[in-house]
Design a protein around this ligand. Structure first.
Ligand code: AR6
Length: 167
């Protein structure tokens, strides 16, 4: 596991994870960047999926992206922490990794799901991300490489500190 500062759309990995909304029809933030970089075929495939509940994930092709697949997961909106946000965010990471493994993915890149428009505090979300991915890797051989693609330096530093505490 490693944290890097990057635009997730530029990464050459097997799977890029998208922080989508339950319509799967695009939005702002990383979702918009992924759709812009992948091209209109991505939206056409997403339309056929009929949405996705919070905490679940769906997989599509990656079209013009360098990745092979895009996993779309719907993070929780932050309401203060007592509405099951941590459990739902855990499910996002776990279900995304399960789908990636079902396609034999070796490398998977995650954005900091829910920490933008959905308002989840970054440090709390990063703890969930690192813990869930570490738990997943403890029981599965794949994916060998999990990358936390952080959009800004502060988030990268935070992940870096957590990874150092964990390992
Ligand atoms: N690469 C990596 N990280 C990015 C990029 C990028 N290109 N762009 C933004 N981020 P957000 P959410 C970071 O708001 O909170 C959409 O409208 C960003 O700095 O994209 O899960 C969806 O359709 C932040 O750290 O996702 C939903 O409606 C993180 O990605 C809603 O937003 C997540 O921010 C989902 O909200």
């Amino acid at each position: 596991m490693k944290a890097i500062q990057a635009d997730i759309t530029t990464l050459q990995v097997d799977v890029i994870v998208n922080a989508a909304n339950s319509s799967l029809l695009g939005g702002g933030g990383v979702d918009a960047a992924i759709h812009r970089a992948a091209g209109p075929e991505l939206l056409a495939e997403c339309r056929m999926l009929g949405g996705c509940p919070t905490g679940e994930a769906r997989i599509t092709g990656a079209y013009q992206l360098s990745a092979n697949w895009v996993v779309h997961t719907v993070g929780p909106v932050w309401h203060g922490g007592d509405r099951g946000e941590a459990e739902l965010l855990t499910s996002c990471y776990f279900n995304s990794l399960s789908l990636a493994v079902s396609r034999q993915a070796v490398s998977v890149a995650f954005p900091a799901i829910s920490t933008g428009i959905y308002g989840y505090p970054v440090e709390r979300a990063a703890r969930v991300a690192v813990k869930t991915c570490s738990d997943f890797q403890a029981i599965h051989d794949e994916p060998k490489q999990i990358i936390f693609a952080c959009f800004d330096g502060r988030t990268r530093k935070l992940y870096q500190q957590l990874l150092e505490q964990f390992f």
